[in-house]
Structures are given as structure tokens and as C-alpha cells.
Design a protein around this ligand. Sequence first.
Ligand code: PLP
Length: 278
Amino acid sequence: MTIPLSRRVRRVSLSANAAAKLKTTALREAGRDILDLTTGEPDFDTPEHIKRAACAAIAAGATKYTPTAGVRALRQAVQRKLSGENRLDYPLAGIVVANGAKQIIFNAFAATLDEGDEVLVPVPYWPSFPDIVRFNDGTPVFLECPLEQRYKLTPAQLEAHIGPRTRWLILNSPGNPSGALYDEAELAALAAVLRRHPQVLILLDELYEHVRFDARPPQGLLNVAPDLQARSLLVGGVSKTYAMTGWRVGFGAGPEALATAMTVVQSQAASGASSVGQ
Ligand SMILES: Cc1ncc(COP(=O)(O)O)c(C=O)c1O
């Protein structure tokens, strides 16, 4: 029998990263010497103290369902991290945890996009951004950011692409795959454009914030434009910082109404993230 597939699933393909990973794994198993750059896998192992904490959590019985938005102690830890390290204050109700940053992004788009809503995606991009948009009925709008502009979005480009259907801008800094990092002046210039378009939500993917070659404290859009916090979703996680890609823990911080809607999506898609990982 031919399985009738939904329009939704026909709009997307197996994550390009996952597909490339399958290929490199198969080649490796066939004995080929492969340098695998397909997925963003850190080159160190999950630190020992984290592994020990997970074993202790299992021994202590932390093996049951967790609250849909994440266990309180982890959400409080995220709250402390954001205020201490990123100098951004959030109420606990604005902080949600999911199965990786990917599910946070999925939940956000599932909770806010209707058919035809546009999401601005600077190019080059992490391949899942546009597919998650498409899966959730949105339309990705690509903004080419070539080497000549150091793979970064310019204010003029942003202004030119915002239209009546623009629902979100994705800003991924440090960027995957380019590594591009926006500086304060660039962020301030983008913020000035965004202030002229109060209907646009901003997805700040800072998953790679600790993969840096200098020791400066992280500087994000919301540090230079705190007024945009009320319509931004800050996305982070443990995958890259602590080499915990397989543990599936990510977080989002944003307006309470968005966090609540994302929790509704999470509750029907997966329930709370893994107890042991959290
Ligand atoms: C830019 C970016 N955002 C989000 C993710 C998803 O990360 P996670 O493992 O936390 O789901 C990745 C993974 O590679 C990524 O590169």
C-alpha cells in the first residue's frame, strides 16, 4: 500500500545534517577514513562531573515524567545563567526547557505561524531553520549574506525584506555554519530597523555562545536593545557548550505568553524533556 503522506511532511526532507551524517557513518563502517564535519558535534566528551550527576540522578529515582516546561531546578539554573552571564532578567514563567534547542525552535514556530506567515532566514543558515518553518505552514524568506558582508545581515537588507506577512527574524550568532558573530554596532543598527516594525518577533539562536576564540563576555541583541526583549525568544542549550548533543536538553527564554503556547505544543508532542538529562 502507498502510505498517503501529509502535505506538511511532503514540504520537508530528512534533516540535511542527519542525512549527511547517515552517509558518513555508512562510509566509516565501510572502512573509509572520514573526517566528519556534518553535524555540530563538539570535539570533547561530556565532562565527568555531568556524567556522575546523571548516574546519581538515576540512583536517586529521577526517572519519572517531568513537568512539561522543564524541571524547576533547571529552569531556575537557566534563569541564573541568563542574569549572571548574559545580564538578562526573565521571570521563571518565561523560561521553558525542551528536547534540545531544536525542539524549542519547533515549538515557537508551531505556536505562532499560520499559513503564509514569513520568517526571515539569513543565508548561510543551519538547514533545519527553513524546514521547521515550512513544516509549521510558514514561508522562509532567504536573505543572502555573502562573504563580502562577512556572512552577516545588513540593516538595509533587513528593512528591504520586512513585509506585512513577516512574523519572525532568525538571528543566529555565533552563526552556524559561518561562525559569524555580530558586534555591538551591528546589533544596534539591526535593532533600529526592528523598532520600526513592532510586529516582527525575533528568534535569537545563541546555541554556540561559548564556542568562541576570545574571552569577551557574550554580547547579544538584547544587551544593546533591551526594549526588544518583550518580542524576542532567546534560544540556548547544553549541546555545544557541554558536549551533550545526545542528552537532548535546550531552553528558550521569552515573553510569558509565548512560553505558555510553546508549552502547549511541547505537551502534545513530547511531554517534558528527559528527566536524567535535565
Ligand atoms: C544553530 C543551531 N541551532 C540549534 C541547533 C539544535 O541544537 P540541539 O542539539 O540543542 O537541539 C543546532 C544544532 O546543530 C544548531 O546548529
